[in-house]
Design a binder for this molecule. Structure first.
Ligand SMILES: Cc1ncc(C[n+]2csc(CCOP(=O)(O)OP(=O)(O)O)c2C)c(N)n1
Ligand SMILES: [Mg+2]
Length: 374
């Protein structure tokens, strides 16, 4: 069996491996371009146009994320899970996908949805409680944001096994966090994916925290290092380097399309904000740590590279900022202008066909609601 064992996967103590610099990268935190034998071949053809698109989508994601937080603070959304700091992982990996691929995101993957072509309402309606699910999955090829930690890894593996049986070259992608790798679901999904050589990519966004638990408590060995034990090759990449994320994802997708089965990416990144709008991270982490990671900002890094290469200037930046503000305004309008449907319509799309049990539940619920009108 062939494993791709890379940096961060050799045996050793936790102390040797919790280093965030033990990763593959193409852009240093200051934006300078470095070579990497594993990643370089996968981005040799990336054009200035694509690089600018990556940067633009990252700026749009950050702006959209800030709008989500603001809408929650103003009482327009029940909850929001901020992705600030994780834009390179999300936008970079999504950028490498083909239209037929299908993503299974967590609740934090706003930049992945942007990459799939989500519409303004798609980001907010579920968080406002207007929809069970956020969007039409067949339009953007994305499953609903998963709240049950790690469950989407099983759904992605099942979808991939279906695609495999259809003889398709489409690939499933499961996005989950560092904390999710401690869940049984994720480990079961990896066993199935490996056993059936399912065309699935596992993208683990190691943002250093699972709510208030630091990754160092639950991972005494690099998370990417676990995958070869399942027979799944892995790469541990700098998740704040958009170019490295594109490269690694292309590597993984290519393996899947060629029938070589699953791959695992550990994208080492940082959750710059709270876990959700219900969380206060100052209770459990130091300001110094947040400040340290601010120096590794994924957007500033790509911006510095593009400016140094003459691919971006002030007027280009101003245009991107205008586009970001326009998206935020559209998201806000979609949120505030949403029509609240009758509560009993929540039964409408649970099953493809109606059945008597569901009809009974709906009738009981309507009767229950009527009790409040007296
Ligand atoms: C099965 C399950 N257990 C517990 C929770 C509560 N919970 C919500 S988010 C979270 C932490 C997840 O951390 P991680 O996988 O690192 O993802 P991140 O939130 O950092 O993106 C937990 C324990 C849940 N939603 N589902
Ligand atoms: Mg996490």
């Amino acid at each position: 069996m062939t494993y791709t064992q890379t940096r961060g996967t050799s045996p050793g103590s936790a102390d040797e491996h919790d280093g965030v610099d033990d990763v593959l990268r193409l852009l240093e935190p200051d934006g300078s371009r470095i070579a990497d034998d594993t990643l370089d071949p996968w981005v040799a053809d990336v054009s200035p146009h694509e690089l600018r698109a990556l940067h633009r989508d990252m700026v749009l994601t950050r702006r959209l994320d800030a709008e989500g937080v603001a809408l929650q603070r103003q009482g327009q959304l029940a909850l929001w899970a901020p992705c600030r700091g994780q834009e390179a992982t999300q936008v970079g990996t999504a950028h490498a996908l083909a239209p037929g691929d299908f993503v299974f995101p967590s609740y934090r993957e706003h930049g992945v949805l942007l990459g799939r072509g989500a519409q303004p309402a798609d980001y907010v309606l579920a968080w406002r409680g207007e929809e069970h699910s956020a969007y039409d999955h067949t339009t953007i090829n994305a499953a609903p944001p998963q709240i049950i930690i790690g469950a989407q890894s099983l759904h992605a593996t099942g979808w991939a096994m279906g695609a495999q049986r259809d003889g398709s070259t489409d690939v499933a992608v499961a996005y989950y966090g560092d904390g999710a790798t401690s869940q049984g679901d994720v480990n079961e999904a990896m066993v199935f994916a490996s056993s059936f050589r399912a065309p699935v990519v596992f993208v683990c966004s190691n943002n250093q925290w699972a709510i208030s638990e630091p990754v160092t408590v639950q991972a005494k060995y690099p998370i990417a290092g676990r995958a070869p034990g399942f027979g799944i090759p892995s790469l541990r990449i700098d998740g704040n380097d958009a170019l490295a994320c594109v490269a690694a994802m292309r590597w993984a997708l290519d393996r899947a399309r060629r029938g070589e089965g699953p791959s695992f990416l550990e994208a080492v990144t940082y959750r710059m904000g709270p876990h959700t709008t219900s969380d206060d991270p100052t209770r459990y982490r130091d300001a110094a740590e947040v400040e340290e990671w601010a120096q590794r900002d994924p957007i500033a890094r790509l911006e510095a590279y593009l400016r140094a290469e003459g691919m971006l200037d002030d007027s280009g930046m101003a245009e991107v900022d205008r586009a970001a503000d326009a998206l935020a305004a559209e998201v806000r309008a979609a949120c505030i202008g949403a029509t609240t449907r009758a509560p009993e319509t929540m039964f409408d799309h649970v099953y493809a066909e109606p059945h008597s049990g569901l009809a009974q539940q709906k009738a009981e619920y309507v009767e229950y609601l009527a009790g409040f009108e007296k």
